[in-house]
Ligand binder design. Sequence first.
Ligand code: BES
Ligand code: MN
Ligand code: ZN
Length: 498
Amino acid sequence: MKISFGEPTLPKSGAVIVGVLEDKTLSPAAADLDRRTGGALNRAIASSRFTGKKDEVLAVLAPANLQLSRVVLAGLGKPSAIDAAQMQGLGGTLIAHLNGAGESEAAVLLDDLSGAMAASEAAANLAYGARLRAYRFDRYRTKEKPEAKPTLQRLAFLSSGSGAAKRSFQQLEKIAEGVFFTRDLVSEPANIIYPETLAEKARSLSSMGVEVEILDEKKMKKLGMGSLLGVAQGSARPPRLVVMHWKGDAKGKNGAPVAICGKGVTFDTGGISIKPAAGMEDMKWDMGGAGVVIGLMKALAGRKAKANVVGLAGLVENMPSGTAQRPGDIVTSMSGQTIEVLNTDAEGRLVLADVLWYCQDRFKPRLMIDLATLTGAIIVALGHEHAGLFSNNDELAERLLAAGKEVGEKLWRMPLADAYDRDIDSDAADVKNIGGGRDAGSITAAQFLQRFVNKVPWAHLDIAGTTWSKKDAPTVPKGATAFGVRLLDRFIAQHYES
Ligand code: BES
Ligand code: MN
Ligand code: ZN
């Protein structure tokens, strides 16, 4: 789909989209089309339930005097309430509608409405939302029928200040490219994406100026990463630890970086504590946290963010085999703490224990955030609407909650407390990798991670419920969501860019 920007003029073909404000108030562009069609738009509104509330859509087949295919009315609601997120959602909803209708060409006519954001800014955000929704992972569909494919080829946004709209979109598109990189990586099956190949995907970012370093098994052994390596030892695929450093802040170059760590279990069978067969295929996306870190680095490098950010991804495959670790095994982590592995399916925390420790030890970051598809229990608690947020620092938590709200990747804060921490004390080692029972499973997992975090401000995002979606949302088609890329990009832009 080709997206373009231009000054307002009535197109000669295809679909035209115009806005309607609440209470059936036509925007100037809509009123003009209503006049040209002898009042067809007002009549269509009168005979429908469309009132111009935000996100409502009403399609009207264009009368013969216009050479257009159809006029689509888009509800804008209250002008003063229009914001970037609303425009992104509408952009996504519109292209889904246009593809459903079989349109190949469409133009959105935007006015500068008093009390609302500038039309050029609205245009850029509509385009961004459309781009995000248009994502497809179709590289393995070799026989898809043409009628099953999206039809929309060209989408134009016509407003005053179209040059500014285009420039603004070009920045947003860099974030979309990061989102798509993540969605691609998460969608790939585990026979294609495994630690070595995922590390190579990350390495490709070096062409954009990201410094990429890949630690192999030998290096990790030398560093004493017994916790991560214990998970990896059952697999024929050797583990990797990827370090990606974006030094976009020339002045603050030597200052402490923001650090983002991701769980990258390229497939989670559960190991010897094996998972049931039904639904196990989902565990190809157990590298979702690592996928977000890699896509985020691409977004930051793409828009040349003036920030110092280091991204780490711990990559392993969790398999049962003759060399796999057993329940009851005791491993020694890089921190020196010993871990009793009572359930080999609680492997993500074992991987992150060494990644977090290594990260704070080597980079002395100003703050550290990890993302992980860590627990099924977070889905029981929050479903697929919010990711779980755990933090030892209120300011960091507030900043993340706010950024999540703004981009529509919502977080919900969960507690950490000593009483939960006692639940992971082991009789045989310093700590055990599961709690005593099934209660508070996401919290005990977070408590485990916290044992490997020193004084640094830290937040853990449990994204098990939000990494993959079974239904379409305005800017996120079903499948891999890349939940976290937009959130962390915004978080960094707001607070850590000079
Ligand atoms: N990767 C899973 C968590 C998960 C489950 C993610 C469902 C997405 C959907 C994780 O490694 C795991 O297996 N966790 C166990 C922990 C338990 C053994 C304490 C779980 O949640 O059941
Ligand atoms: Mn597991
Ligand atoms: Zn897992």
